[in-house]
Design a protein around this ligand. Structure first.
Ligand SMILES: [Zn+2]
Length: 194
């Protein structure tokens, strides 16, 4: 889902230390449509999601991403305009972390508000391409497990709690769960692990 401007991949160099290895075009897609129709790429269909099963679904996704991070070529981009499996894994870890915080806010307060998250800027600032796959794997397990545990403790009345994004998108905890579930599934498709 992320489009990169740079059309090649190379080893880190002195230039990278100043500019980073890639400039990333902002992802301005509004992915909320996934709540209304199946994804034409990964096949995700919101109608198949049972939000009360989020904990087990998340544990399954964690296992799939751990497998991705064991690949010998995890840091290599298969295509120059897409993140490597390592970069996607860092993204998924950060999605788990962010959504865990957001879910905590929504559960605590009906009508919680969120700032927009610039995922592409984060990837550059955090140097996703240089991160250690085994460390990312453990962090992804920790973040995903925390999120799964939070979902496991949602009470019936809290599934309707609302969250409001700075762009005006409004979610309930239920639709937030579906929106969240698509992200790591879609990226498994991106890295050929679906
Ligand atoms: Zn998809």
């Amino acid at each position: 889902m992320t489009v990169l401007r740079r059309s090649y991949r190379r080893r880190a160099s002195a230039v990278d230390l100043v500019w980073g290895p890639m400039a990333i075009a902002p992802d301005n897609k509004d992915w909320t449509w996934v709540l209304e129709r199946p994804c034409p790429e990964c096949g995700f269909d919101a109608r198949d999601v049972i939000v009360r099963n989020m904990p087990s679904q998340l544990h399954e996704l964690i296992r799939s991403w751990q497998e991705v991070l064991l690949r010998d070529d995890v840091a290599q981009r298969g295509s120059p305009d897409k993140w490597s499996p390592l970069e996607y894994s860092c993204h998924v870890r950060d999605v788990f972390r962010l959504f865990d915080q957001r879910l905590e806010s929504m559960v605590a307060q009906d009508g919680a508000r969120f700032d927009n998250w610039d995922q592409d800027k984060t990837a550059v600032e955090e140097r996703y391409e240089l991160q250690d796959p085994s460390a990312v794997s453990q962090e992804l397990v920790d973040a995903g497990t925390s999120l799964a545990t939070r979902f496991a403790h949602i009470e019936a009345s809290q599934w309707g709690h609302r969250g409001i994004r700075s762009d005006g998108s409004t979610f309930s905890v239920s639709t937030f769960a579906i929106y969240l579930a698509h992200d790591p599934i879609h990226h498994l498709w991106d890295v050929g692990q679906a």
